[in-house]
Design a protein around this ligand. Structure first.
Ligand SMILES: [Zn+2]
Length: 462
């Protein structure tokens, strides 16, 4: 048995790992798109797929599912397993990605989505399902909640020998969420793993102040609105947008009649969601309430609508977007605008940035990871010193305020990752650290060795 990495091993995007259980049988965990600096990598599926018996998707972020069109084009026609909420969210994400990266042809798109839905096998959490058998092995899978976005899972694979009945368990963490993630329960450690493939995005960092995050979001918005302009929040359509809406609803509910600044109450502050995709995903999130956490259910019981509150305005058509952009840029009426993409590479946020970055009345508030090489990283890095950023091949000077809320992350920090391993009853003897820059992987390896003396790892692959 061995593991091959076809992406997401040495970088944070393009996740794709193959567990080879037999000479002629294997399964794939995720099939993600390369983004940022890693975008230049070849997207075509350049590994043999004849032995593939199953594809398992940990969650529906593009860097975990975006290479699906290439996998299907290469001829993969086996089952695609994922959690039930992921199965509901997947078509929305795939439709968008297919248009952006593969083809805009409507017929090809609908044929593609039909094919995915025929191959899709939605699974319940916490239940074992048989995957395949060979002359040597029986292989089964179980999904557990990963607390990263709705539907996210870590994957337990049991490979059981047909004759000796000896079994080995391989756990793929996917992306693990941090504690206090809005709407989602925190992930629990697996009971057992012999091999563990663990993400390490923030393997070299601790998230500070996550529990005061709401207060910091409120303060950041107040700071940003000092000059009465617009606060732009670049946000990923999937996950981050819904978390933000959830937290904004709480702030608006708690501080309704309190001032944001002179002459403006929180109850008068419009929250504008300018992203058709994020709007569709938010609607889908609302239909997936059975998977929301207890706190979110409490709010529902109080008659509140965490993802559909009154001050939330959705901008749908492109014309409406242009009108909104013009209105806010010229009137500088205070507003919070959430628009994608999260790293400012494309989408409606780019139009806002081109108009608003040169104007000191406005502000940009980053709440998500900005991969190296993306315009978002450049704005975050050079903006505070009055630098510039290239958008659509034009240089845009940055005079708007730039702020970063670091307590926000959809990923577990070093402590969370160590805890994930520490909490396991039977700890792994082989550990693959993936999905992190090299410094993060090394730091996490050190922290695991230091903090879990009982961890008798024969091999840490960083
Ligand atoms: Zn993710």
């Amino acid at each position: 048995m061995h593991i091959l990495h076809h992406g997401g091993a040495t970088g944070v995007t393009g996740s794709c790992h193959q567990l080879v259980t037999d000479s002629d049988a294997s399964l794939l965990i995720d099939c993600g798109l390369f983004q940022g600096d890693e975008q230049t990598q070849n997207l075509s599926v350049d590994f043999p797929i004849e032995s593939l018996n199953a594809l398992i998707l940990t969650h529906v972020h593009l860097d975990h599912v975006g290479r699906l069109p290439w996998l299907l084009a290469a001829g993969y026609d086996g089952p695609i397993y994922c959690s039930k909420p992921s199965a509901a969210l997947l078509p929305l994400v795939l439709e968008d990605a297919f248009r952006l990266t593969f083809s805009r042809d409507a017929k090809r798109l609908s044929a593609y989505l039909d094919r995915v839905s025929r191959q899709l096998r939605p699974l319940d959490y916490k239940v074992w399902y048989p995957l395949y058998q060979t002359t040597q092995h029986q292989v089964r899978v179980r999904l557990q909640r990963a607390g990263h976005i709705l539907g996210s899972a870590y994957v337990e694979i049991d490979v059981c020998h047909q004759h000796t009945r000896a079994s080995r368990r391989v756990v793929f963490s996917g992306d693990l969420g941090a504690r206090y993630t809005p709407l989602l329960p925190a992930p629990k450690s697996p009971y057992r793993a012999d091999w563990l493939v663990l993400e390490s995005t923030y393997g070299d960092r601790q998230h500070t102040g996550r529990s005061q995050r709401k207060a910091r979001l409120r303060e950041a918005i107040q700071r940003a609105l000092r000059n009465q302009g617009t606060v732009l929040i670049p946000a990923f359509s999937m996950g981050r947008t819904q978390e933000l809406l959830y937290e904004l609803e709480e702030i608006l509910h708690t501080y309704a009649d309190k001032p944001v600044h002179d002459g403006l109450d929180w109850s008068q502050l419009p929250v504008i969601l300018d992203s058709p995709l994020a709007s569709k995903i938010t609607e889908c999130y609302r239909t997936l309430q059975p998977w929301w956490n207890e706190e979110a259910h409490q709010r529902l019981r109080q008659g509140r609508r965490p993802l559909a509150f009154e001050q939330l305005l959705k901008v749908e058509s492109h014309d409406a977007h242009l009108r909104m952009l013009h209105h806010l840029a010229s009137s500088a009426r205070p507003a919070v605008v959430i628009a994608g993409s999260g790293m400012c590479q494309s989408g409606r946020i780019v139009n806002y940035l081109k108009r608003m970055l040169p104007d000191p009345r406005h502000a940009v508030l980053f709440v998500g990871y900005q991969a190296s090489g993306t315009p978002g990283r450049h704005i975050q890095q050079y903006g505070p010193q009055g630098g510039y950023v290239d958008l659509d091949d034009a240089r845009v000077d940055i005079r708007a305020q730039i702020d970063t809320l670091s307590g926000y992350s959809a990923h577990a920090d070093q402590q969370g990752l160590v805890q994930f391993v520490k909490g396991m009853r039977h700890k792994p003897h082989t550990l693959h650290l993936v999905h992190g820059e090299v410094s993060a992987r090394q730091a996490l390896a050190g922290a695991l060795r230091d903090q879990i003396p009982a961890l008798n790892v024969t091999k840490i692959v960083t």
